[in-house]
Design a protein around this ligand. Structure first.
Ligand code: 5GP
Ligand code: ZN
Length: 111
């Protein structure tokens, strides 16, 4: 997708610090970390919103969550982590390519 920063990162046109990649997802470090560990897990498939997910994308997202769970220890997240998926304007979504924030490496404030 043209003009999509995450598609450009996955195409190697914008540098990033990748920590994992396979045929359907890439995980790289957020450029403006909001926790000691702040990763972005990005499906290669370009779509912005969960409301655009058909059955194939739903299955992709399910596999993606399972992979995050399996990868967590190797990403330094053995003590726990938080997943965030910003959707739309009120959530402050700035990149319109669906992504899962992975936050951890420290105790995370909730209230
Ligand atoms: P959103 O607000 O859309 O949920 O999150 C987008 C995230 O992408 C932000 O946390 C922002 O710091 C990150 N981001 C934006 N541009 C880049 C970039 O060029 N490289 C990396 N690694 N992260 C980026
Ligand atoms: Zn994209």
């Amino acid at each position: 997708m043209e003009n999509c920063v995450f598609c450009k990162i996955m195409a190697g046109e914008i540098p990033s610090t990748k920590v994992y990649e396979d045929e359907e997802i890439v995980i790289f470090k957020d450029i403006e970390p909001k926790a000691k560990i702040h990763l972005l897990c990005v499906p290669r498939d370009h779509f912005a919103l969960l409301s655009e997910a058909d059955d194939a994308r739903a299955a992709l997202l399910g596999r993606t969550l399972k992979k995050i769970g399996a990868l967590a220890p190797s990403l330094g997240l053995s003590d726990g982590y938080r997943l965030v998926v910003n959707q739309g304007e009120n959530a402050g979504q700035t990149v319109h390519h669906l992504h899962i924030h992975i936050l951890g490496g420290q105790s995370l404030p909730w209230e």
